[in-house]
Design a binder for this molecule. Structure first.
Ligand code: DQA
Length: 148
């Protein structure tokens, strides 16, 4: 069974209690359950991870690039959190594994928020972007990846 990797960046471990008016009341465990169910219905397994640090996210992108080439991975769903707006290193990691489809997801509509959230280092190297659909965005991204 091919795998979809779902990655979450900093502070997303606090979903459910973190600014619920912006991010809703669902927890990261709820997001994982949603991803597992959505992927299973489409015939994929899910590897789910969250990190508050850039390095493990970069390592996982590199690993996913190799697994994609080996035909084991369908692609990556990635909510980079605040690294979206700061990380040249994550941009470069995705660019380096050319071919691996990475779908950028944001729970909130970043374009309706502060100006510093309007720029993404990830979008230019993403295969698709899902913004502002709440946690349902993860399911939409998985559905999109399944058709890639
Ligand atoms: C976020 C939006 C980012 O601007 C923010 O730093 C996050 C969450 C979202 O899912 O809406 O941590 O990626």
């Amino acid at each position: 069974m091919k795998k979809i990797i779902v990655m979450n960046g900093p502070n997303l471990n606090l979903l459910g209690t973190r600014e619920p008016e912006k991010y809703g009341s669902a927890t990261l465990a709820d997001v994982e359950k949603l991803c597992q169910e959505t992927a299973k219905n489409l015939g994929f397994s899910v590897e789910f991870l969250q990190s508050n640090h850039e390095g493990p996210l970069i390592d996982k992108i590199q690993e996913a690039g190799l697994a994609y080439k080996a035909g084991q991975v369908q692609g990556v769903v990635f909510n980079p959190g605040a690294y979206t707006h700061t990380s040249v290193a994550l941009h470069d990691a995705i660019a380096a594994v050319a071919g691996l489809p990475v779908i950028e997801v944001h729970i909130s509509n970043v374009h309706a928020r502060e100006a510093f959230r309007h720029h993404s280092y990830i979008s230019p190297v993403a295969a698709g972007i899902v913004v502002g659909f709440g946690i349902q965005g993860y399911a939409l991204a998985i559905e999109g990846l399944a058709k890639k």
